[in-house]
Design a protein around this ligand. Structure first.
Ligand code: SAM
Ligand code: GLN
Length: 292
């Protein structure tokens, strides 16, 4: 697809308006927001600075970069991938093509872990926590940021993802308390953990084609593909976690909105009990928790 440049030499207000109109005509869901976030990124300013500088002219370089960003968005590349950053649990995280764009709903998984630990020994206790399939590091970084005396281990099959996660840990001053290990699921782990948490790939392979292009064509396949029935990862997680969770410990896994009963069944078959399912912000089943 050839897309012409949309913006010529202009000021911020006009650039924003033109981009938002292009996005609206292309049928994007949030044209105004997308245009604003992309322009803020080009200018390196926040929303209030953008408003107060609305008459400011863009340099030629800024016009060129904004046009590139607009073209990418019109080809359904998600805004945060274009910008290369996403906010999760109030932390700015770098993202690349090697990692899932962290989802707001995954904050419910973080919240469930924190609520449990708060009730167990309080947030200041010394916990050992594992995050399996860490991607950008979103989950383990959010947890380590809240649990100041905890230590973490995060795994991923992808070295490129781990590189991003390590970068994000350093950016937030958390690298000293997290070990990042390459390998499949829990294979790189030893010792016992208070909590094992994971947002594994859980989309059934044949459903991936049906996802919106922002997800299907941009999130890494390996981050989405849960095998034929979407449950491949949970077999490994349930089997391998049994020997690695402390007797009083607990596992917390993100699940697909329609997978709760199948996953609870699978869990029971490998000796997990005290199952609890909680919902995401949209009211869908999203978080599975259990003890062994
Ligand atoms: N935890 C991140 C988040 O919530 O934003 C990323 C979750 S993404 C859905 C799943 C992650 O699991 C990806 O980073 C992918 O590379 C990783 N992964 C896929 N198969 C794996 C395996 N066999 N062992 C370890 N990690 C795996
Ligand atoms: N929740 C993501 C989505 O539906 C999928 C991530 C995953 O498979 N864990 O796009």
């Amino acid at each position: 697809m050839i897309v012409n440049d949309n913006i010529c030499s202009t000021n911020l207000a006009a650039a924003l308006k033109t981009a938002a109109l292009e996005f609206k005509l292309a049928g994007l869901d949030t044209p105004q927001l997308d245009a604003r976030l992309l322009l803020q990124s080009v200018m390196g300013i926040d929303q209030s600075a953008l408003i107060s500088a609305s008459e400011q002219a863009l340099t030629d370089g800024q016009v060129q970069q904004f046009n590139e960003f607009i073209k990418c968005r019109l080809m359904h590349r998600p805004v945060h991938r274009i910008i290369g950053e996403k906010e999760f649990w109030g932390m700015r995280l770098k993202i690349s093509d090697a990692v899932l764009d962290p989802r707001a709903d995954t904050e419910c998984l973080v919240e469930a872990v924190l609520t449990h630990l708060d009730q167990q020994r309080g947030k200041n206790a010394e916990y050992r926590i594992a995050d399996i399939g860490t991607g950008s590091g979103a989950i383990i970084l959010a947890l380590m940021g809240e649990l100041t005396n905890a230590i973490g281990v995060a795994t991923d099959i992808s070295d490129d993802a781990l590189e991003i996660a390590r970068y994000n840990a350093a950016r937030h001053g958390l690298e000293a308390r997290i070990a990042f290990l390459q390998g499949s699921y829990l294979k790189p782990l030893s010792g016992r953990f208070d909590v094992i948490v994971s947002n594994p790939p859980y989309i059934p392979t044949s459903d991936i084609l049906l996802l919106e292009p922002e997800v299907r064509d941009n999130d890494p396949q390996i981050a989405l593909d849960g095998g034929g029935d979407g449950l491949d990862a949970y077999h490994a997680l349930f089997n391998e976690s049994a020997k690695l969770v402390k007797p009083e410990g607990r596992v917390f896994f993100e699940i697909g909105h329609d997978q709760a009963s199948e996953i609870a069944q699978l869990a029971a078959q490998s000796g997990w009990h005290d199952v609890r399912i909680s919902k995401d912000y949209g009211g869908n089943d999203r978080v599975f928790a259990a003890s062994h």
